[in-house]
Design a protein around this ligand. Structure first.
Ligand SMILES: [Zn+2]
Length: 59
């Protein structure tokens, strides 16, 4: 199994504004994460800049 480098995915909760961070494999195109503050699930996808990811509330 090849190891994929991990990158930091940083995203803002759309509900409470808390900044969350998660380590994901570098080739990730979409994943889900839960706000550490309010617990809302989000779908996060890479943004235009490294590290800063886009987040939308998961229904
Ligand atoms: Zn939140």
């Amino acid at each position: 199994m090849m190891s994929v480098p991990a990158v930091t995915a940083e995203w803002n909760c759309t509900r409470c504004g808390t900044t969350n961070r998660r380590l994901v494999p570098a080739d990730t195109t979409s994943t889900t994460d839960r706000c550490m503050h309010c617990g809302a699930w989000h779908i996060i996808t890479p943004g235009e800049r490294p590290v800063r990811w886009n987040a939308r509330l998961k229904e």
